[in-house]
Write a protein that binds this ligand. Structure first.
Ligand code: ATP
Length: 317
């Protein structure tokens, strides 16, 4: 293996088409029923052999992301090195475009990208399935980051079943000037249930189930039908914590989106559009409204991270 080669992957963000939250388990995680769709907002993750593990960042959303061993991509390198017997001697560079604390699993995408890139760099020959199993140790959303496409996730979202998608769907993502902490949003969801006298523990709440309507609509070719099925149990909590997101939702819906939904635990808001042309109009209306920091167009599904090999001059062979 030439030591001067680098491996770069494009790691996609996800949007939850369904996010149904069950009770809290004794390990602290909530039971989830989640339908993930990988969309064309990408971070680029490059791994290069180096004397020791290091992380650097660039890109419009890199501010505040840790460039040390706590970065999820660095943790992924350490884990893969540990299980494979390789030395974690790589430099990881992340060119960040996915919103941070945006509910689009950007950190998980980077971890998944680092797993796929190091699997190639170190010639490990691990299958996607094996990498996805390992990924669950890094976080609930990392296995889906490895697979891409669309999938149903149960457990804490890490047990995946790939789903069929009948057509490409067009999206607008309105990013916020602030982030939302996933643990805080789940904690607020639980305290809301407790305060209302509702059951909150996993053994008292029925297990959340996959939405058959949604999965059938996803397998079809009609974005209108899919729009009617989108559901995120965290949305009322997120908009209570950040009431300004209600204006973002109203703006996108009013501009012709088929549906608007908070992405995961926020703070990004996603809008499903009937086509690319209408997505552009929705994005322009959102930008003009001042109800978001930026509005970006994307489509999905897209595949998970795939290696593109470069030499040290940065040229693709
Ligand atoms: P999710 O949807 O999975 O709950 P999120 O999209 O809301 O996650 P992320 O952007 O993935 O949130 O990251 C949350 C926190 O993780 C950040 O505040 C940051 O401190 C930390 N972090 C660690 N590594 C990364 C990374 N590579 N990219 C972004 N954040 C990272």
């Amino acid at each position: 293996m030439p030591l001067d080669r680098s491996i770069t992957v494009r790691a996609p963000a996800k949007v939850n088409l369904q996010l149904t939250v069950g009770g809290r388990r004794s390990d602290g995680y909530h039971e989830l029923a989640s339908v993930f769709l990988a969309v064309s907002l990408f971070d680029r993750v490059t791994v290069t052999p180096a004397e020791q593990l290091g992380v650097t960042l660039s890109g419009p959303t890199s501010g505040g992301v840790p460039a040390d061993a706590s970065n999820l991509a660095a943790q992924a390198v350490e884990l893969l090195a540990e299980v494979s017997g390789a030395e974690p001697a790589v430099h990881v560079h992340i060119d960040k475009h996915i919103p941070v604390q945006g509910g689009m699993a950007g950190g998980s995408a980077d971890a998944a990208g680092a797993l796929v890139a190091c699997n190639t760099l170190w010639n490990l020959g691990m299958s996607r399935h094996d990498l996805a199993s390992l990924a669950a140790e890094l976080g609930s959303d990392v296995p889906f980051g490895v697979l891409g496409g669309a999938a149903f996730g149960s457990g804490r979202g890490e047990r995946l079943t790939p789903l069929t998608v009948g057509t490409t769907h067009h999206w607008v993502f309105a990013t916020a000037a602030f982030g939302m902490s996933t643990p805080e949003v789940f904690a607020a969801t639980e305290s809301g249930r407790r305060n209302a006298g509702l059951p909150w523990a996993a053994d008292a709440v029925p297990s959340p189930r996959m939405s058959r309507r949604l999965v059938d609509a996803l397998a079809g070719d009609d974005s209108h039908a899919l729009a009617e099925t989108l559901v995120n149990d965290l949305e009322p909590v997120v908009t209570r914590l950040r009431p300004e997101l209600a204006a973002t939702l109203a703006t996108g819906r009013g501009a012709g989106a088929l549906a608007g939904i908070v992405c995961g635990s926020g703070a990004t808001v996603g809008f499903l559009a009937p086509d690319r042309h209408r997505a552009q109009a929705v994005a322009e209306a959102l930008r003009a409204s001042g109800t978001c920091a930026a509005a970006r167009i994307a489509h999905g599904p897209v595949q998970g991270p795939e290696p593109e090999e470069t030499d040290t001059t940065g040229e693709t062979p």
